[in-house]
Write a protein that binds this ligand. Structure first.
Ligand code: NAP
Length: 246
């Protein structure tokens, strides 16, 4: 049975590139998101490339469903060897910190903190027993570098980032790796970039753009080398593809 990468938040941007990158290495791919038609289209694309894939419809706004979701994936595909978590919607809005309150912030906590913790809790015992596995958490770079007027999801992502850093240290020597990739640019081919382009933003959010194939390559390096807990991309000193300053 081939190794399994489970992509929690599988869309046309990073999710698709990750599926192809790990698929090229012989992984089977579990694709998870809410809209079946888009998942099925990605599954067909992967199968045309000779990559086995299965789809799972789930909403990560409900952390109580995560354990059953993992059970379902592992029953159909075998143990999850690589877990990547990076859901995002085109309508995700950053807000000024001064406009936040408990109600607004707590609405973001299930998706950006509780569900990834639940998923890790579900896969980690098996990974530790097998002595191998990778847990990869994708974030916006605002989780690492706070910025005025860009709050809301950012502090919740920062909490999840903090959790992954602790996890990384606790897993040293077990064969299981945890790391996080923080992205500070618009991802080409993602629904977010398509919506921004349609709205006249040129597909970029003003921070430049990155090719998700390059991000997937970074994740492959993190998974195989297992020596860094975090990469911020583009690095603050790296020129953007559209020439914007970092
Ligand atoms: N796109 C960007 O420009 C950008 C910029 C900086 C950082 N990032 C980060 O990079 C990562 C990948 O972004 P991407 O745009 O390339 O993603 P993607 O792989 O193109 O798609 C992510 C998928 O997550 C799914 N999703 C959203 N909310 C969900 C929920 N509640 N439950 C289940 N699935 C859900 C969406 O599908 P459904 O709607 O069908 O569920 C979406 O297609 C994310 O962590 C994001 O925060 C993205």
């Amino acid at each position: 049975m081939s190794a399994v990468v489970a992509i929690f938040g599988a869309g046309t941007g990073l999710g698709a590139s990750l599926a192809h990158r790990f698929g090229r290495e012989g992984f089977s791919v579990a694709l998870v998101a809410r809209r079946r038609a888009r998942l099925d289209a990605l599954k067909d694309e992967l199968q045309e490339a000779g990559i086995p894939a299965e789809t799972f419809v789930s909403d990560f706004d409900d952390p109580s469903r995560m354990k059953a979701l993992v059970t379902d994936i592992e029953a159909r595909m075998g143990s999850i060897d690589v877990l990547e978590y990076g859901p995002v919607s085109a309508d995700l809005a950053f807000t000024p910190a001064k406009d936040l309150d408990a109600q607004a912030l707590s609405a973001l906590v299930p998706l950006f903190l509780l569900s990834p913790v639940e998923l890790v809790a579900a896969v980690l015992p098996g990974m530790l027993e097998r002595g191998r596995g990778s847990i990869l958490l994708t974030q916006g770079s605002f989780a690492v570098t706070p910025l005025a007027f860009v709050s809301g999801p950012a502090p919740v992502m920062a909490a999840a980032r903090n959790y992954v850093h602790s996890l990384h240290g606790e897993l040293v020597g077990t064969g299981v790796y945890a790391g996080t990739l923080a992205i500070g640019a618009s991802i080409d081919r993602s629904e977010m970039s398509v919506v921004a382009a349609a709205a006249g933003g040129g597909g970029s959010d003003g921070r430049g753009s990155v090719d998700p194939d390059d991000l997937a390559e970074l994740y492959w390096q993190m998974h195989t080398r297992r020596d860094v807990v975090e990469i911020v991309h583009p690095s603050p000193r790296m020129p953007m593809t559209d020439g914007a300053a970092a």
